[in-house]
Design a protein around this ligand. Structure first.
Ligand SMILES: [Zn+2]
Ligand SMILES: [Zn+2]
Length: 263
């Protein structure tokens, strides 16, 4: 749930959306939460030809990961031949394109998907390893969340980013998540709950900060970004939480809106 209250300004109140800029200038977007609105405006303003081909890679299609998409202005510009490939899993008997069309049908939104200007391709993350000729390697791995979700390991030029949100570790830490995160330069991991909150939120599909640190330690991760903040956790709460987490893992910080990290 996006939050706009003034005491959420430091960490930001938008839902999941992360931009990756590769060394070639090519970009990919992880999840299309409400953060994609401002991102689309930024990319349009910079108007780089590398932005004519964009991949949006989805962890899954829960609201908070697709709800910004109808406000992604880049997809509306009919003067440019934008090609946008959207990678995510079909769900509940509906294919991915249908899920995107549904959230933009007239009951929910005034403009249908087919009236956006971009050319869309819809892909499934069922190829576990994808290697692009430019040297980008992406590994997809399914993890436990209500209706499942995907984590991604993205490698380029000897650097590794792992994006693993909306993950619920069942009995102990999921070894597949540790394997995906092995020796990553940066791990972005779900940490919606405190350990106390997690005890009463079993089955809600998320992790505690303690579990995220456990994954980072087991996997030998260099830097850990705690992600997917709970909408009830304001700036004061999160600032205190960050100090607490840094007592347990040296290179950990809480994700902040607009923050740039160079690997
Ligand atoms: Zn979810
Ligand atoms: Zn989510």
């Amino acid at each position: 749930m996006p939050v706009t209250d003034p005491d959420y300004a430091q960490f930001g109140g938008n839902t999941s959306c992360v931009l990756i800029t590769f060394s070639t200038g090519r970009v990919a977007i992880l999840d299309a939460g409400t953060g994609i609105r401002k991102l689309g405006n930024d990319l349009l303003r910079k108007s780089h030809e590398q932005y004519d081909n964009i991949s949006i890679i989805l962890s899954h299609t829960h609201w908070d990961h697709i709800q910004g998409f109808p406000y992604f202005d880049l997809a509306y510009d009919p003067r440019r031949n934008f090609k946008i490939s959207i990678c995510g899993e079909d769900r509940m008997g509906k294919d991915l394109k249908n899920l995107f069309m549904t959230q933009m049908q007239k009951d929910f939104f005034p403009v249908p998907l087919e009236k956006m200007g971009a050319n869309f391709t819809f892909l499934q993350p069922n190829i576990t390893t994808y290697e692009h000729p430019s040297g980008i390697k992406i590994v997809a791995s399914k993890h436990s969340h209500r209706g499942d979700a995907y984590g991604y390991r993205i490698e380029e030029g000897g650097k590794t980013l792992v994006y693993c949100t909306d993950v619920e570790h069942k009995d102990g830490i999921d070894p597949n998540v540790v394997a995906l995160s092995r020796n990553a330069d940066l791990l972005i991991h779900d940490a919606q709950y405190t350990p106390d909150e997690l005890r009463v939120k079993k089955g809600w599909g998320h992790s505690s900060w303690e579990q995220a640190i456990e994954v980072a330690e087991q996997a030998g991760v260099k830097k850990l970004s705690l992600f997917h903040h709970d909408p009830e956790h304001n700036d004061i709460f999160l600032s205190n939480l960050e100090i607490e987490c840094q007592k347990h893992f040296s290179n950990v910080f809480l994700a902040r809106e607009g923050e740039e990290i160079k690997l």
